[in-house]
Design a protein around this ligand. Structure first.
Ligand code: SAM
Length: 242
């Protein structure tokens, strides 16, 4: 029924996600560097290498937060425009400050919205990115379906997300590290254990590379492929709307 267990649990997740990101927004960029040892920058650069931004492209950067992907994309493209969409307004506020500091204000729009119900018409964007965001979305398949809808024919999807290590021994070691170390580091550095406990749980619960590839195809994308980053700690998925 509508008031069944599943519905309640899903609404819980959306509320929790917003709570987490509202509380970390002002510290988000620095915490990213500290917690990943700067590795997230290498992964985002790898994303740009595969995406190969071109001048005048229109990007939609969903769950774009403080705009990391959009800034990189626009710098590489040399010109173009990005719409950063996020469900947490305080993340966008931080991003907008950065845009002003870097004099890139004209190339960016900041929109509060949900990845599962994008406030844009069909066939609008050349490129759709979602970086470390889709794992937080309540129903990721709906987000992928929306990505397909708003991309123009010939448009490209690129997803950067934590993933699973194909080697079981390595996965075990990685689990032991992340479940023990990350929440503790979150407590010590940000005074916030719960947000980082949520982070490791959401990583572990997200579908593996092949399963997610199936979801990208199910949304309608052609020529769908993935690349592992750092042994599968993260992965890039690419697809085309043809
Ligand atoms: N893309 C940025 C990056 O790579 O640094 C930010 C990623 S941050 C880990 C995840 C973001 O997803 C948060 O800003 C959060 O508010 C956003 N988010 C979570 N669920 C969302 C949804 N359903 N629709 C849009 N954004 C969402």
């Amino acid at each position: 029924t509508h008031f069944g267990f599943e519905t309640v649990r899903e609404e819980d997740k959306a509320g929790r996600v917003q709570g987490v990101f509202s509380s970390v927004a002002s510290k988000y960029d620095i915490m990213n560097d500290v917690m990943s040892g700067g590795v997230h920058r290498i992964w985002k650069d790898a994303m740009m290498d595969w995406l190969a931004p071109r001048p005048r492209q229109r990007l939609l950067d969903v769950a774009g937060g403080t705009g990391d992907i959009s800034f990189r994309f626009l710098k590489r493209a040399g010109s173009g425009h990005s719409t950063v969409l996020d469900i947490t307004e305080s993340m966008l506020v931080e991003g907008r400050k950065r845009a002003e500091a870097e004099s890139m204000h004209d190339q960016l729009d900041w929109v509060v919205g949900d990845a599962m119900a994008l406030p844009f018409p069909d066939n609008t964007f050349d490129v759709y990115t979602i970086s470390f965001g889709i794992r937080n979305v309540t129903r990721p398949q709906e987000a992928l379906n929306e990505a397909f809808r708003v991309l123009r024919p010939g448009g490209r999807l690129m997803v950067l997300e934590f993933s699973q290590l194909p080697n079981p021994m390595m996965q075990k070691a990685y689990d032991a590290y992340s479940f023990n170390v990350i929440p503790r580091m979150g407590q010590i550095i940000a005074g916030d254990r719960d947000s980082y406990q949520y982070l490791v749980e959401s990583i572990r619960n997200f579908p593996d590379q092949e399963t997610f590839l199936g979801m990208v195809r199910a949304a309608g994308f052609d020529n769908a492929k993935y690349r592992n980053l750092t042994l599968g700690v993260a992965a890039l998925h690419s697809g085309w709307k043809l």
